[in-house]
Ligand binder design. Structure first.
Ligand code: ZN
Length: 189
């Protein structure tokens, strides 16, 4: 559990109750706590609308709430994306298919991507062997469409590049094929 923010005094205004209802509806694991009214009581939408928790109020929630608050209370600007990466994943069994796809990409997409090194070992947050395609934002739609149709049996991890690498890899990623668990410790996660 993690203390995310604290609402002061007249928290139970119309707007705050609306936010609280939405919060509870979306994430039942959220535990609103009122230090004055009850030491550690849960609060449902009904009691919130009755003003059941007056005074200073803290809301504790799991980290999933931090994602919720980011998406509902502030919006990131796509213009902050400086470009995209697509990481082609493979292992010893799919190495040849990965190399063949790389050669096809070099033939057909060389105008649109920069192809990185062919890593026959896990590097950075990537749990499998991989190579990277660096894609300018203006080429992303065309390259993504090509990969969706041509990745074969290989899995592809796609993420934007902003100034928040952890968010880029953990919250903003897209998978073609199957998803894998990344080593986010490498990114401070
Ligand atoms: Zn990357």
């Amino acid at each position: 559990m993690q203390l995310l923010f604290q609402l002061q005094k007249a928290w139970n205004t119309t707007g705050q109750v609306r936010i609280l209802k939405a919060l509870i509806a979306k994430h039942p694991d959220v535990l609103p706590v009122s230090p004055r009214a009850t030491p550690a009581g849960t609060c449902d939408a009904a009691s919130a609308s009755r003003g059941g928790f007056r005074g200073t109020m803290s809301i504790r929630a799991s980290t999933v709430f931090s994602r919720f608050s980011r998406t509902t209370m502030s919006h990131s600007n796509p213009a902050d994306i400086s470009g995209w990466h697509a990481h082609i994943y493979f292992d010893a069994a799919t190495r040849d298919a990965a190399w063949a796809l790389r050669e096809t990409i070099a033939e057909q997409l060389s105008h649109a991507v920069q192809i990185g090194r062919f890593h026959e070992r896990p590097v950075g947050p990537h749990p499998m062997w991989s190579y990277q395609l660096a894609i300018p934002s203006e080429r992303f739609a065309a390259v993504f469409a090509w990969l969706v149709l041509n990745h074969g049996a290989l899995d592809v991890f796609v993420h934007p590049n902003t100034d928040d690498a952890l968010r880029d890899h953990r919250d903003a990623a897209v998978w073609i094929g199957h998803s894998h668990t990344l080593n986010l410790v490498a990114l401070g996660g």
